[in-house]
Design a protein around this ligand. Sequence first.
Ligand SMILES: *[C@@H]1O[C@H](CO)[C@@H](O)[C@H](O)[C@H]1NC(C)=O
Ligand SMILES: *[C@@H]1O[C@H](CO)[C@@H](O)[C@H](O)[C@H]1NC(C)=O
Ligand SMILES: *[C@@H]1O[C@H](CO)[C@@H](O)[C@H](O)[C@H]1NC(C)=O
Ligand SMILES: *[C@@H]1O[C@H](CO)[C@@H](O)[C@H](O)[C@H]1NC(C)=O
Ligand SMILES: *[C@@H]1O[C@H](CO)[C@@H](O)[C@H](O)[C@H]1NC(C)=O
Ligand SMILES: *[C@@H]1O[C@H](CO)[C@@H](O)[C@H](O)[C@H]1NC(C)=O
Ligand SMILES: *[C@@H]1O[C@H](CO)[C@@H](O)[C@H](O)[C@H]1NC(C)=O
Ligand SMILES: *[C@@H]1O[C@H](CO)[C@@H](O)[C@H](O)[C@H]1NC(C)=O
Ligand SMILES: *[C@@H]1O[C@H](CO)[C@@H](O)[C@H](O)[C@H]1NC(C)=O
Ligand SMILES: *[C@@H]1O[C@H](CO)[C@@H](O)[C@H](O)[C@H]1NC(C)=O
Length: 837
Amino acid sequence: MASCIGLFSLCVLSVLWARSVIASFVPVDCFFIDCGGNETRKLDDGRTFQPDSGNSTVVLSPTSHIVASKNVTGPLGLYATCRVFTETSTYTFTVKKIGRHWLRLHFYPVENPDYNLKSAVFSVVANGITLLHEFSFAAISGKRSSLLKEFIIEVGGLSSNKLVLTLSPTNRSIAFLNGIEVISLPDNQFPETAIPIPVGPAVEIQTNAAFETAFRINMGGPLLTPRNDTLWRIWEPDRPFLLSLASARNVSTNPSSVKYPAGVSVEIAPNWVYATAEEMADANVGDQRFNISWAFRVDCGFTYFIRMHFCDIVSEALNTLAFNVYINNQSALNSFDISSKTMQLSSAYFVDFVVNVSTGSDQILIQIGPSNLRNLPPNAVLNGLEIMKISNHNNSLDGSSYADFTGFKGPMKMNFIVLTVLSCLAGITLLLITIAVVLCLYLRHPKKPKQHPLAWLPLPTHVGNSETKVSIGSFASTSPSLGLGRVLAFSEIREATKNFDESLVLGVGGFGKVYKGVLENGVVVAVKRGNPRSQQGLVEFRTEIEMLSKLRHRHLVSLIGYCEELNEMILVYEFMAGGSLRKHLYGSDLPPLTWKQRLEICIGAAKGLHYLHTGASESIIHRDVKTANILLDENLTAKVADFGLSKLGPTLDQTHVSTAVKGSFGYLDPEYFRRQQLTEKSDVYSFGVVLMEVLCARPAINPALPREQVNIAEWAMNWQKKGHLEQIIDPHLMGSVNLDSLRKFGETAQKCLADHGVERPTMGDVLWNLEYALQLQEASAQTVADESSTNYIPDIPEWTPPIESSDCENADIVSNQGSDAATTSAVFSLLMNPKGR
Ligand SMILES: *[C@@H]1O[C@H](CO)[C@@H](O)[C@H](O)[C@H]1NC(C)=O
Ligand SMILES: *[C@@H]1O[C@H](CO)[C@@H](O)[C@H](O)[C@H]1NC(C)=O
Ligand SMILES: *[C@@H]1O[C@H](CO)[C@@H](O)[C@H](O)[C@H]1NC(C)=O
Ligand SMILES: *[C@@H]1O[C@H](CO)[C@@H](O)[C@H](O)[C@H]1NC(C)=O
Ligand SMILES: *[C@@H]1O[C@H](CO)[C@@H](O)[C@H](O)[C@H]1NC(C)=O
Ligand SMILES: *[C@@H]1O[C@H](CO)[C@@H](O)[C@H](O)[C@H]1NC(C)=O
Ligand SMILES: *[C@@H]1O[C@H](CO)[C@@H](O)[C@H](O)[C@H]1NC(C)=O
Ligand SMILES: *[C@@H]1O[C@H](CO)[C@@H](O)[C@H](O)[C@H]1NC(C)=O
Ligand SMILES: *[C@@H]1O[C@H](CO)[C@@H](O)[C@H](O)[C@H]1NC(C)=O
Ligand SMILES: *[C@@H]1O[C@H](CO)[C@@H](O)[C@H](O)[C@H]1NC(C)=O
């Protein structure tokens, strides 16, 4: 009976609690406008969108055109219509509450015969603040089908209670808009001050400053949609921004256990945000003192507001967790103890910072790591993160980034510039170019294969830098039969994969699933379907298309085509029937490879990498060399795959490329890790790890093993230095490996794994040495028939590697991307025939 009552009161309590959380705030102003719509539209997250005409609180002038689509593909029915403006037009909202308001703008270029909305160029200003300057959907969205921009605008000031939104088409272009949300902020949502970085006295945040949400992250948790947020915000997962997935582990607690002390309301962030966090993984790294790092791409020259949400959901007792927080390599919080602020566990807390992102830098780096002051177990947590751009002195949130052509900033930027340049070149210029190209083609010898027009081809983007100018011709096919990657229709891909039939899944990675498919022309392909939500994925998707489109080599996986329709990011590769090299080494029941096969595979992969480093006019660094990224065809010919992380190498006057550390744990060049300076030698190091893996048939990192054996690079190097590498080789190789060949192989791997890049050989040297090792093996194989095999390693090893524990390959730590392109194939057609070289 008593327990019944207890249960009942618990129910009542939790209902009360739920109410207090969900219904605690009703915005004074709340406009949801469906531009061009003609009826109220109720969304399942509780918002009701009203049409933008015939409403006295929303005045639209002058009138404009409505474009409707029967194809409602957007996430909201909202995207069925949009309004198109051919001249400068305004929306005027009369608000009840003076103060800051959220302003959300929805863009979805509705397909229609009259206007090309995608390429429209226009500017948007709200109460004198430039929100978007010469905005072009195509340039900004990167082929996403819709775009949501969120701003915070002050309404008030000079006795005005109006929010005036002005859309101005640039020159003779048009402007368009699908939806508008205007919501008044709760009081105290923004404090008056924040901590500057580098840390100093708190600085004031101007009341008339406007903000643009750059990132809103739910650390360690899932995507939170407007349904899960009382203010209809979107919180994205953090994994795509983590520099090393292995460094962090997600933790979560029951959201209802999150307490909101005075000063923190559920409007600051929903309890779902505080209930999940990333903490330090006790990754099998030797040093327990490391930082978890997230990098966010931002626009330089602006000041950013950073809000960090903390909630100690990991500690058992008060004052047992203290950690450091860094922003852009500078200390933000030192030995921070959440519970000393909240006086209880599972209690919400947030801290605000402002940081200047100076010209020349385009990222905000957030790091958390253990405090070194106290004798506490090393750990650190972060539950949520918001990064907002603050308007500059010119009242703008959209800088003059259009003029920034200095330096190479990666594929996003390149493409962005291409589009900008293209849109700037008026018809006549284009016509001239076309004529010139046609003339050129006409005058050329008809020898050259014709290039498909491809959006991602390196158009002359390297403006003003003749040294690095790329000519498309120089990348021309070494195997012309394959042709360049082409744009494939989504319907074509759907057909090829039987509507993405689960039974055709070859593998799953962070990027998405990989399917086997058959194109209409009978070509068997691997179809990598990206997760459309992942912004990081988008960058890598682009990189991969860009890299693979200009590379053709027998030992590089060929891109057959790609598809960017709707929200899709799909890459189509040649199908590699043999799967990944890794699967042939351990963790499957495939027959073990012979030593000769292993050497030939290593030689093939080395050739591919050598070509990447030296073959093209600009050297390319792969950055994610590992056995999972070396794929085998049905003849066991090795091909290097997965260029999602690739970077152009240093140009002549540079010695390295500075970049955030990416790659896979266990394969990372320690020098790169320390100094974040990328050279081709980082690939050489990773390849050294691959060589050891091939020799020992175990994963690069195997946490199940005794400590000194966890990291193959360390462990194998110990044996190699002792001169007894044969002690740890794959038992299957026993008795068939020529000792001289093994010695050569070991030496080569050892050189690759040198601590300092300068001491490592080039891929060309590695290749030469491996070929030599193969010759030694083959020469001995010929004589072995008539001689006694004393030169071979005896059959029974003194020590047997525990290969059965290789299951932890799933813990294989892939940074930022799944990258297991077509690795786990259930449909190997195994022809153990290493011919055709
Ligand atoms: C006008 O818009 C406001 C805010 O969206 C809404 O509450 C109101 O019902 C609308 N009025 C009409 C007549 O549609
Ligand atoms: C507008 O309203 C008419 C009738 O009221 C309806 O037939 C039509 O489908 C509506 N158009 C849109 C785009 O909702
Ligand atoms: C709807 O989409 C399909 C395929 O994307 C297209 O063929 C059709 O023309 C579209 N219809 C309209 C009215 O836009
Ligand atoms: C718009 O037109 C003016 C004059 O015709 C020109 O100077 C300017 O560059 C154009 N702007 C854009 C973005 O095309
Ligand atoms: C950012 O730069 C502005 C102008 O250069 C300066 O006034 C401000 O104090 C800086 N803010 C921080 C947080 O460093
Ligand atoms: C948390 O981690 C587990 C295991 O590592 C994983 O399965 C899960 O998807 C993660 N959750 C989120 C929200 O990332
Ligand atoms: C988000 O809200 C939906 C609907 O209320 C609910 O089903 C879902 O569990 C929520 N997810 C999270 C992570 O809160
Ligand atoms: C942080 O430090 C690393 C290496 O020390 C450097 O590469 C990076 O550019 C720095 N980041 C910022 C924002 O200063
Ligand atoms: C964490 O990052 C900060 C700033 O980049 C650096 O100063 C510090 O040494 C790092 N700590 C560890 C343990 O690597
Ligand atoms: C403001 O605009 C002027 C020119 O329009 C430019 O020279 C100046 O650098 C801008 N200031 C800021 C802070 O962007």
